[in-house]
Design a protein. Structure first.
Length: 314
């Protein structure tokens, strides 16, 4: 992510792509009228994250699979649409976003945001780790519209509006406090769980996921070890994850495969064998790795690396 402040006026599509990628992580930006496209970009680091305001013509921002590598920061991107409708797409969600709406994207997975002409958008990048056990709660709302017309959502929108007006003034120790405030407001707006209405089962699932991600390289990580670490039975852990629509074992396998895929696509790991990459993320039996990757992504380890090499040549 960017450090310090960034100001680009009358930016072209290429300049917006370069700026957006430096602010957050590698992104692709396109526009229907490339020659006529212009945008004003203001951005600044804020605590552990970054915030940017983009005003300009209609465009499409996407995070294609080929741009995602294991060296990228694990970020959540939140957008607030001051003006200009948009369409948010990630996974199975494909949602129209209206003036005043908030939405969130998981930048470790592909997404697409199509912004209409005449947009004024605030974009915030926050590391997953900054959200702690609330990260998964927020992520469950990816590519969904969250109207900011009341409650904690309206408070977050007002805070973002103030940041957008004063980005060029953000510097110094106060930024850390503003970053903490932003994280707290994001949790309040997207988790939307008042103290008296906390879903204890959902909170426990979130904590289990945080724990599992922190120990994902441990090959002994399993239902029994995770259940014991949280003082519950394996049967109770199975019941908790049954509510999410995916078993713990399947969720853990997908998390590991996501990281293995990112490493296989990352040229920094080109000297490692697929087995060594898999071992890095807790999978020490590579016999079924190719089949698992093929099932999840439609490509084996070799095919992923070949595709990554071809995209770099282009």
């Amino acid at each position: 992510m960017t450090s310090g402040a960034l100001h680009v006026h009358h930016a072209t599509v290429d300049q917006l792509q370069t700026a957006a990628s430096s602010i957050l992580a590698p992104l692709t930006v396109t526009a229907p009228g490339t020659d006529a496209f212009r945008a004003d970009i203001d951005a600044a680091a804020l605590g552990p994250g970054a915030v940017a305001r983009i005003r300009g013509s209609g465009h499409v921002v996407s995070r294609p699979p080929r741009a995602i590598t294991s060296s990228d920061p694990e970020l959540l991107k939140v957008t607030w649409h001051r003006s200009g409708a948009a369409v948010a797409t990630q996974g199975r969600n494909h949602t129209p976003v209206h003036n005043g709406d908030l939405t969130v994207f998981d930048m470790t997975r592909p997404y697409r945001l199509t912004v209409s002409e005449g947009c004024d958008v605030l974009a915030v990048g926050v590391p997953r780790t900054a959200l702690g056990p609330h990260a998964d709660t927020v992520t469950r709302r990816t590519a969904q519209r969250l109207p900011a017309d009341g409650g904690s959502q309206a408070v977050l929108a007002a805070f973002l509006s103030g940041l957008g007006r004063h980005l060029d003034e953000l510097a110094g120790p106060a930024d850390g406090h503003l970053g903490d405030a932003l994280v707290s407001l994001l949790i309040a707006a997207f988790a939307d769980r008042a103290p008296g209405h906390v879903d204890m089962a959902t909170d426990l699932v979130d904590r289990i996921r945080v724990y599992a991600r922190a120990n994902i390289a441990d090959p002994s990580l399993c239902v029994d070890s995770v259940a014991a670490a949280h003082g519950i039975s394996a049967r109770h852990l199975h019941r908790l994850f049954r509510r999410t629509g995916i078993s713990f074992a399947a969720w853990l396998r997908n998390e590991r495969l996501d990281r293995i895929r990112r490493d296989l696509l990352d040229p920094a790991h080109s000297g490692r064998t697929a087995a060594a990459v898999a071992a890095r993320w807790g999978i020490h039996d590579p016999r079924h790795l190719g089949r698992a990757l093929k099932t999840r992504y439609g490509q084996t380890a070799r095919e992923l690396r070949e595709a990554a090499g071809q995209s770099r040549v282009r």
